[in-house]
Design a protein around this ligand. Structure first.
Ligand SMILES: [Zn+2]
Length: 140
């Protein structure tokens, strides 16, 4: 059954150029979750949007990044890239890692997840950006 879902996802992705990866879809019978995972293009990351509100940052909603800077557009969050690392995100240009995020999405230094969170000034903008699968290049 899984191969049908993989095919559908691939066709949808190819049709709207939203991603160039193929997804592996699986069902976790222990808790009923549907899991999806990118299995082809290694440069495609899960890219999401956030702002400094309580919905996005919970107890850390103070407008200060994990590196101690004032949040501003151009900042991204990731848990294992060093502060100050520049990343090139498809269609968005160069952004700088100055923040950290949820381990569930971004992992840790030991378990590096290819995920990044982009800062927006307004919650609506972050929400509208949602979650996209885009090509990310980490600049050396
Ligand atoms: Zn928000």
């Amino acid at each position: 059954m899984n191969w049908i879902l993989i095919l559908i996802m691939t066709l949808l992705g190819a049709a709207n150029h939203s991603f160039t990866a193929t997804y592996r879809i699986g069902f976790d019978f222990s808790n009923g979750d549907i899991k999806q995972e990118i299995i082809i293009n290694e440069n495609i990351w899960r890219v999401s949007g956030y702002c400094s509100c309580k919905i996005c940052c919970k107890q850390y909603a103070n407008g200060i990044t994990a590196s101690g800077k004032k949040v501003k557009v151009g900042i991204v969050a990731n848990n294992w890239l060093k502060f100050g690392t520049k990343v090139n995100i498809e269609g968005l240009g160069g952004l700088i890692v100055e923040d950290r995020g949820s381990i569930a999405y971004f992992g840790t230094k030991e378990e590096r997840r290819k995920a990044i969170d982009i800062y927006f000034d307004k919650h609506e903008e972050a929400k509208e950006f949602g979650v996209q699968y885009l090509e990310v290049e980490v600049r050396k």
